[in-house]
Design a protein around this ligand. Sequence first.
Ligand code: ZN
Length: 97
Amino acid sequence: SMATVYNTLKMLVTYNLVIELDNGDGATHYDYFGRPHFHVVCDSCAKITDVFDEHFADLAKSLGTITRDQTGYLVTRTDVEVHGLCPDCQAKLGLAR
Ligand SMILES: [Zn+2]
């Protein structure tokens, strides 16, 4: 049932295996965090695209350490968002090269 799926997702979120994304459309989106990646968000259409980089896991770890040192927070996860304009929106705005 949907309730079971929802509860399973909530559990996975609790254990940081998936993350919840607010896509700005009122629905909750889930993202599997099995492969280290970050997100690029289009400021125009709010599309979210995964970006994979082999160094990202190290970067996220380093951001967590810096945060803990400066603020004393027990860091549970690092969720990096890069913002910009997607290729489609660039084309619509006549910005594509
Ligand atoms: Zn866009």
